[in-house]
Design a binder for this molecule. Sequence first.
Ligand code: 13P
Length: 249
Amino acid sequence: MQQYIIGNWKMNGTKAEAQKLATGFLSRIQKANRPLPHIVLCPSYPYLVPVIEILKDSPIEVGGQDAHFEKSGAFTGDVSVTQLADVGCKYVIVGHSERRHYHQESSSIIRKKIEASMKLGLRPILCIGESIEERKAGKALNVVASQLISDLPDSFTPHDLLIAYEPLWAIGSGHVPTLEEVEEIMGLMKHELSARISGSALVPTLYGGSVNAQNAPDLLALPHVDGLLVGGVSLKLDEFWEVINASQR
Ligand code: 13P
């Protein structure tokens, strides 16, 4: 499977910086002389349209960082999956731990967001992962397995969505699980997925949390890692480009 390198810009930058980054990635893509992975950039809402404009004729796709599951209505401050699709987004991050933590997002809301996105052909990137307390208590595998059960809709195909394993303690911390720990969780995810729906081991499974140019090659070489979800480093043109070039498939 062609790997995915997804940049989550979070709540960072200005319009000018977003445009400069998008233009920078576009020119690197145009000069690239090797097969590239799927590349997806997820800017803040106000910069989606300017970034989509720059990347419209390129293979780089754009995604939202979250979305409301209703099509429209009195939800001040929210943006719907329908609106994201309308402006040309192809992906949307759902259930990021920062949304679960700061906005008290529950599994039932996350599931509705996934279902609403899938209906529109917008591919959700579901984020799951354990806290440091859960990891220390030896519960990481159980937490991830139960998040898969509670967050995923009853039916989906491998092309409908992606799943990113982002241990909470690895996000923005500089701490990354060992390669064995990553592979153990990714293997479990593939196993749980295929036990639920046949063929769903083909759902792309990504790793996220303190990814950088140094650790990306080893992470991307793991058999069950189908890509990376990158935060801080995705705002750095040169280093993110190195991560993209570390893709193996
Ligand atoms: P960092 O790469 O900055 O640790 O962030 C990971 C993340 O949360 C991506 O969604």
